[in-house]
Design a protein around this ligand. Sequence first.
Ligand code: FE2
Length: 379
Amino acid sequence: MHTALTQDGTVLTLFTDDAALRFHAIWLRDNAQDSATRASGNGQRLIALRDIPAETRISDATVEGEMLRLTFAPENKTLAYPVAWLLSNAYDKDLDQQQGWLAADIELWNADLQANVPTAQFPELSRRGSAFAHWVEQVTRYGFGKIEAGPIKEGALFDVVDLFGFVRETNYGKHFEVRTEVNPTNLAFTGLGLQAHTDNPYRDPVPTIQVLYCLESSAAGGENMVVDGFACARRLQLENPEYFDVLARYCAKFEYAGEDGVCLTSRRPLIELAPDGELIGIRFNNRSLAAVTDVPFDKMGLWYDAYRRLGEIIDDPAMEVTFRLEPGEAFVVDNTRVLHARKAYSGTGKRWLQGCYADKDGLRSTRDALHRTAQEAAE
Ligand code: FE2
């Protein structure tokens, strides 16, 4: 392994056996790992960019074993970097990413996942061992997961949230009740299924995790169904890129004003992309879509065609995974990606679920902290 510097010292190239990776001097200086730059305990940066001269350049570079030693001018400061750290943080790579590209840690799915629904037993999850690590990994990868064998008691959904994060309280409270009593004398009103949707798109920010916990389920039907919104968006894009683009390009509006003192609104697209095109969110909820007024007149027809087609794809049984929640069972869903629905009830009986929101930064943090612990244990 060796290095080369540009004439002016503003760019360093690290040559490995199979790559030549360029790094800017200012980036290297800003990412120094020494105790004057980063706090040794929490790893937080102690300096601001203003503390680094704008004319920073590298005056000397040497590779010593597993370390790269760099001297920066005009500070005349020599700093050491683990080569492994540089390799894992290299940014000199092809970033030619398509609209709607996906993060590497997620996997799209459709009805074929039916036989492999990410499922774990609550008592095992509570032990926070390898089954827990696996389940957290799966929920992040697929955007949902089922839990079985949980306690049948009110508030048990909070024990689920405790596994990875914190409840997001809303105007519905810390949790909400989903209670249905099927009245056999009034069957006309019992057949209500709900189209697959993401919850609360009118919130800003939207709750990113939903937990639904079943406490009673004696009514026939009422199965839960989930759909991978990212897979639907990708299918829409393959079928008709114009449809995908118009839903990603223009903001819809969502609104909930169903109780006194509450008037929640948001202005976001149905398909949300990061500025570099990464697919990061789906919002789809026919009940709370407000009048859309931010699509240009000459695009509104196209926008509605695209919205209709996205809905058809979401409704396609080939995209859905269905499962029935029995008492003591729950599911956790990434509300920025996976849509959920309830199928119609029939017959007699009761159904009682409790639901709440949480956030997926906690889920990701749990996963990554488990990774780090596993790595440290392996070293
Ligand atoms: Fe919902």
